[in-house]
Write a protein that binds this ligand. Structure first.
Ligand code: ADP
Ligand code: MG
Length: 902
């Protein structure tokens, strides 16, 4: 198909027309609706920034064809000698971007590529035309792929992987790409990390840690993105450390291939560069805090998380494209030969399917095609360089390489920005805002209280002053009039006396002169008037008193008004506090969402649990499993707790406001669910606070969440020691005896169950009532609680059994001493599988030691053991019970006595 198509000028015309934006071949026009003149326009200006330069936008992204360059290697010494008499099998016309492949002396075919790189092309030029546009779009947040395809010895590794330490001009694409990336990032906000892998015989090997030689590909069921969680990820800060990494990887590749007795030309080398950048400008939060009225609610609506872009550059140095000799002459069996070829031939099939717009693309056929899912027909911007040699002896391989390139040119991707919201940094910023608000509120409150106090004191002073003045004036007036009154009475009395002493004369005089009487009358009249004026004065004073009283009332009214203002301010303060509460819950919500998003991104297993591991026995072994690389996407979690300020969160556990306490304990529980944070929480005294909270809080939610956090902390051995040392068992036991809520009890039981799994703590745990507490909780009857109790007993029995086997423990089981056996027997056949399994295990452990046999027989546990050895659906437990029964002389004797046969 290809040959005739080419002869007819199909691919050539197609490529040419595409570039000119004039349309597509009839076939492409019919089959590939996505090709458009807009896409053509983009190709013409392909080195510009990707979306701006054109391409057709859709809700899924911008259409972008895979770009293909062909590079010719110069003749080497051998070719120069052996092919001296022959011309090269290809002729390049770089200015026309064409390549002529000679079929024989008179016939040749012409192919057109996006770039044609002659044997004289410098490494710098190759980088600029093949790789730079891809690197630039990776820096803008798109995924990118650069891949080299060609026969062994044609210069794939030369093009991609040369370190160029001896000659700067010889540096290959990997080194130059990283140089550009490092020059463009902002170290404070962005990060770059790399993994380096080899794919051989469908096994992925870590070139940075070769022991890791069968890394699994994990696919996110939600987004379909593939990742290699098992691969080493190294954060790159400078060029030198990157070149060192490449050198280490290359050395491992050579060593691994020597060990496997293979050639590196048979394996694919894959460099993955992850770039994480935060988008500037849009990250500022437009928070407006209006001064006096505090309309802070306006800011709740305008919270916008900043944006981060996580893009990935994949550089693939493919295995040699020549066919492997299937006769096995290279030392491979036919099966091996098939497996070696599998990924490369699957890649060819996928590209054919995409080029032909076939409805089925067999991506899942090989690991390489699964890894490159995004590079062909996906969302990445992809550039392919096909390398060829000049020698006519390899015309066949050269032709097939060229045809591969031609087909790849027909593959269309839909490039898409890899952007997401950065909830974590929003959380950090919100927290800072919250602190500012709290501080501002406190300042305002203090100012307000001072002001009210000042006004009140001033008013009181004025009232006291007015009262004092009023009293003095009143007193003076009173005395003055009283004195005048007394004086006038005196005068009158004297006159009266005088008149009494000479009445007769007076009568006489009266008779004789009536004018005297008139005088007396006048005097009396005068006296009356004086009295009247005294009364007037008195009433005047009364009026004055009324006036002062009125003044006093006004002052009181002013005090009332001030009191009202005080109330209004207090209610505003309350409103402000409510809003702070809403903010806090949003903060919590967002931090939980961020954690969930991160967890689902990291693990691809949907929303995570807040209390991981509590429900499974296996969780105990979790810490011993190899962790994901901590400098991978995990690192921001540790940062989050640092920046939110663990100390601050812990201090909120003692807050006066119940609301705040609930939020704080939830945040701490969330953090405690992450193993990475546990040590810091304990160091900062969080464990003590949580234990105290568990004992002292009345709030059921707080107790439940605190118990959950303690259960999570109790998963780690160091923390178990600390819990013991801080009297945690006694506190947990007390809670176990008085808590009612099954979920709280479940968490408490889970915490004790975790402690039960620690060999060193057995005696102390029992001494402080841990086992009694566990057994006490079965009163609640909730299956979740019973499952935790059963797990604790199984853990304890296992440790005890181990200690007894090692000779570190003699005497009867402490579990039997504490009366656990009747409950174990009663629940050994519990219908809930988790409870039953734990108890069956516990029973087997107990029965392994002769000292326990008498109790086992007397409590009727022998029957349960016999049942387990026959009916248990789990083979390992069934076998364990069988072995235990057959190896114990006491149990054997009893079984003979009872006529039980095994
Ligand atoms: P491949 O990786 O495709 O097997 P290599 O990159 O190992 O090929 O190249 C084979 C040999 O050819 C090496 O010695 C390399 O230095 C040389 N070579 C390849 N391409 C060029 C080139 N463009 N200029 C000079 N030498 C080259
Ligand atoms: Mg190579």
């Amino acid at each position: 198909m290809a040959s005739s198509g080419v002869r007819n000028g199909g691919p050539r015309m197609s490529a040419k027309l595409d570039r000119q934006g004039a349309g597509a071949t009839p076939k492409a026009a019919a089959g590939k609706q996505r090709l458009s003149s807009a896409a053509g326009a983009y190709r013409r200006t392909s080195s510009g920034p990707l979306p701006a330069a054109g391409g057709r936008a859709s809700s899924d992204g911008v259409s972008s064809r895979v770009r293909v360059a062909v590079r010719l290697r110069p003749r080497n010494a051998e070719e120069s000698a052996a092919d001296a008499d022959f011309g090269d099998c290809v002729e390049l016309q770089p200015e026309l971007k064409r390549l002529k492949l000679r079929k024989n002396n008179w016939e040749s075919e012409t192919y057109e590529f996006d770039e044609v790189l002659t044997e004289f092309s410098s490494q710098k030029r190759v980088y600029e035309v093949v790789a730079k546009p891809v690197v630039e779009s990776v820096m803008e947040g798109y995924n990118g792929t650069i891949m080299a395809y060609g026969q062994t010895g044609t210069g794939k590794t030369f093009t991609l992987g040369r370190l160029g330490e001896e000659d700067t001009a010889a540096r290959g694409i990997m080194v130059r790409a990283m140089e550009d990336i490092l020059a463009d990032i902002t170290p404070e906000t962005d990060s770059v990390s790399v993994s380096y892998l080899q794919l051989y015989m469908e096994m992925i090997q870590d070139l940075l840690d070769p022991v890791n030689d069968n890394i699994a590909i994990v696919e996110d069921p939600r987004t379909g993105d593939v990742s290699l969680p098992g691969a080493t990820v190294v954060e790159v800060r400078d060029q030198k450390s990157f070149v060192d990494l490449l050198r280490v990887g290359e050395a491992h590749r050579v060593a691994a291939n020597t060990k496997l007795n293979t050639e590196s030309s048979r394996s694919h080398a894959i460099l993955m560069v992850n770039v994480r950048r935060s988008v500037k400008g849009r990250s500022e939060m437009d928070v407006s805090i209006s001064g006096e009225n505090g309309h802070s609610s306006s800011m709740i609506g305008s919270l916008r998380p900043p944006i981060i872009r996580k893009s990935k550059l994949v550089v693939v140095d493919l295995a040699g494209s020549e066919r492997i000799d299937k006769s096995g002459s290279e030392g491979h069996t036919l099966e091996e030969a098939k497996s070696i070829n599998l990924s490369l031939s699957a890649l060819g099939k996928c590209i054919n399917a995409l080029a032909e717009n076939s409805p089925h693309v067999p991506v899942r056929d090989s690991k390489l095609t699964r890894l490159l899912k995004d590079s062909f027909g996906g969302t990445a911007r992809t550039s392919l360089v096909v390398t060829i040699g000049p020698s006519p002896r390899h015309r066949g391989e050269t032709t097939s390489t060229i045809m591969f390139g031609q087909r790849a040119m027909k593959v269309e991707n839909m490039v898409k920005l890899k952007e997401e919201f950065d909830y974590k940094s929003l959380c950090r910023r919100l927290d800072i805002e919250l602190d500012k608000l709290i501080a501002e509120n406190e300042r305002q409150r203090k100012y307000f209280d001072d002001e009210v106090e000042r006004i009140r004191a001033e008013a009181q002073c004025r009232i006291a002053e007015a009262e004092r003045e009023c009293k003095i004036t009143l007193e003076n007036e009173k005395m003055k009039y009283h004195q005048e009154y007394l004086d006038s009475i005196k005068v009158l009395e004297e006159k009266w006396k005088t008149q009494q002493q000479s009445p007769k004369r007076q009568i006489k005089e009266a008779e004789s002169t009536s004018s005297d009487v008139g005088e007396a009358h006048n005097l009396l009249q005068n006296e009356k008037m004086l009295r009247q004026s005294a009364e007037d004065e008195a009433s005047d004073l009364k009026n004055q008193i009324t006036h002062w009283k009125k003044l006093e009332a006004t002052a009181t009214a002013e005090v009332v008004k001030l009191q009202k203002m005080l109330d209004t301010e207090a209610s505003q303060k309350e409103k402000l506090e409510e809003e702070i509460g809403v903010l806090r819950s949003q903060l919590l919500q967002m931090s939980m969402e961020a954690d969930e998003t991160r967890r689902s991104l990291d693990k691809g297993d949907g929303p995570g649990k807040i209390f991981p591991g509590l429900d499974s026995l296996a969780s105990q072994t979790r810490s011993s499993q190899p962790r994901e690389q901590s400098n991978g996407p995990k690192q921001p979690i540790a940062k989050l707790s640092e920046q939110v300020g663990l100390q601050k969160i812990l201090s909120l556990l003692e807050s006066e406001e119940p609301d705040v306490r609930v939020h704080a304990v939830k945040v701490v529980a969330n953090l405690a669910a992450e193993e990475a944070n546990q040590e810091k929480i304990v160091e900062a005294g969080g464990l003590t606070s949580l234990l105290v909270l568990l004992r002292s809080s009345e709030d059921e939610t707080i107790r439940r969440v605190a118990a959950g956090a303690i259960a999570n902390l109790a998963m780690n051995e160091t923390n178990q020691d600390l819990i013991m040392a801080q009297g945690g068992v006694t506190l947990l036991s007390m809670t176990a005896s008085d808590a009612e809520d099954p979920q709280t009890l479940r968490m408490v039981a889970g915490a004790i169950a975790n402690l039960c799994g620690n060999d060193k703590l057995q005696t102390r745990l029992r001494g402080e009532g841990g086992i009694k507490a566990l057994l006490g909780m079965v009163r609640c009857g909730h299956p979740d609680v019973l499952a935790q109790v059963a797990r604790g007993i199984a853990n304890f029995a296992k440790c005890e059994s181990r200690a007894a086997t090692q000779g570190n423990k003699v005497g009867k089981s402490l579990l039997i001493d504490d009366g656990a056996l009747p409950w174990i027997v009663k629940n050994a056949n519990n219908e809930a599988a988790p409870i039953r399994r734990h108890i069956e295990l516990a029973l087997c452990h107990l029965a392994q030691h002769e000292v326990n046999s008498k109790d086992i027989i007397s409590e009727g546990a022998l029957w349960e053991l016999v049942r387990i050895s026959r009916d248990c659906s789990r083979e390992d437990i069934r076998m364990l019970a069988y072995r235990t029964l057959t190896s114990s002389p006491t149990l054997q004797a009893e079984m003979r006595r009872l006529g039980i046969k095994m």
